[in-house]
Design a binder for this molecule. Structure first.
Ligand SMILES: [Mg+2]
Length: 78
């Protein structure tokens, strides 16, 4: 729940705003809150988030080879 609430707090910063109107200090704070919530969740389930991210990027690279999906918003099974 904490992660969802913090993600919504990030989203709120962008509602009806142009990029240049986003409050950078608040964005830093809220992204840090999201990051902290992610770290807590990973710690609770006893895995290293950085290693999980690297593994997920490897999987994405396999699923979405650049030669096939560059500039595409297709899902891998479409
Ligand atoms: Mg927050």
């Amino acid at each position: 729940m904490d992660l969802s609430v913090e993600a919504l707090e990030v989203l709120e910063l962008f509602f009806w705003k142009k990029d240049e109107d986003v409050n950078q200090e608040k964005l830093k704070d809220e992204l840090s809150d999201v990051f902290y919530a992610l770290l807590l969740l990973a710690a609770h389930y006893q895995f290293e988030l950085e290693a999980a991210l690297i593994e997920k990027m490897r999987k994405n690279k396999e699923k979405y080879p650049v030669s096939k999906f560059r500039n595409s918003n297709q899902k891998y099974n479409e």
